[in-house]
Design a protein around this ligand. Sequence first.
Ligand SMILES: Cc1cc2nc3c(=O)[nH]c(=O)nc-3n(C[C@H](O)[C@H](O)[C@H](O)COP(=O)(O)O)c2cc1C
Length: 321
Amino acid sequence: MTDTNATAPHRPAPVHSRISELLGIDYPIIQAPMGWIARSALASAVSNAGGLGIIETSSGELDNVKAEIAKMRDLTDKPFGVNIAQAFVRDPNIVEFVVSQGVKFVTTSAGDPTKYTAQLKAAGLTVFHVVPTLAGALKAVDAGVDGLVVEGGEGGGFKNPKDVSTMVLLPLVASKVSVPIVAAGGITDGMSMAAAFALGADAVQMGTRMVSAAESPVHHNWKQAIVDAAETDTVFLNRFSKPGLRALRTERTTRLEHDDHVSLGEMANALDLYFGGDMEAAIALTGQVAGRIEGVEPVASIIHATIDGFRARIAALQRFA
Ligand SMILES: Cc1cc2nc3c(=O)[nH]c(=O)nc-3n(C[C@H](O)[C@H](O)[C@H](O)COP(=O)(O)O)c2cc1C
């Protein structure tokens, strides 16, 4: 008798949460938006694996973004979303642009939630806003968002200089709002996903883990630097200035760590780092969770192992019930 499943990849049963139901996805795992990185190669792998891929607009390259969204429709028939990182918007018609692409889900970040929410919702989109504080969360809920991405300060990327860890921020926000919550910052596997759900999340978002994934378009040097990093190998830049940034510790960022103000000019050669592999050319936005990432793995393995680990961890915790 032939075992026809012998080589079939393991695909766990769907996880039904408020967010997986709302978005029509098998697993409540969202790939973070990341300038130039969150494009169709990575996002379609995530959507095809049962999570939700997100396409970035923070690069500001809207013609390329448009082409990437078109590619998504060739590469997957599963849902995906788009992010509007408000601080980086150059085109005043960004909402019309996103709506015209026919996407149904958008996250807004790095800005005032009252700015775009009503317009996006009037066009029929589901809108989640990214928040780093309780005050930000309450403001976003007042603005009418459908949900929140609650992002702890251990995460990679642009940060509120008054950073609060996921462990504190997530249960605080969850105790004060009733909209569904995506937890971001420090999530990489089933154990951290189970912790996020215990603290009130209905989904998780992974940034750094997705930078390290096999389908991520970044140069292997960055992926290897994430794998090699200890949990202490990120720096927080602009602690007393703006914008706050969490990035991988390199010679460059170690030099900048104590500067009163780090300008975004330090990112001018970002693409030499991202795709050329010169880790000193700019700043590699990366979260503390790099210290828990031990290899470069395909997106489907990451997502399916996370779901298996999530279920195993919840089952193990039952003995305390
Ligand atoms: C390289 C990089 C680029 C990012 N760019 C964006 C962005 O354009 N828009 C946004 O909302 N968040 C951005 N973020 C933050 C992520 O969306 C995510 O919330 C964060 O990485 C989660 O923490 P983690 O790195 O511990 O997974 C970025 C993060 C990284 C690592």
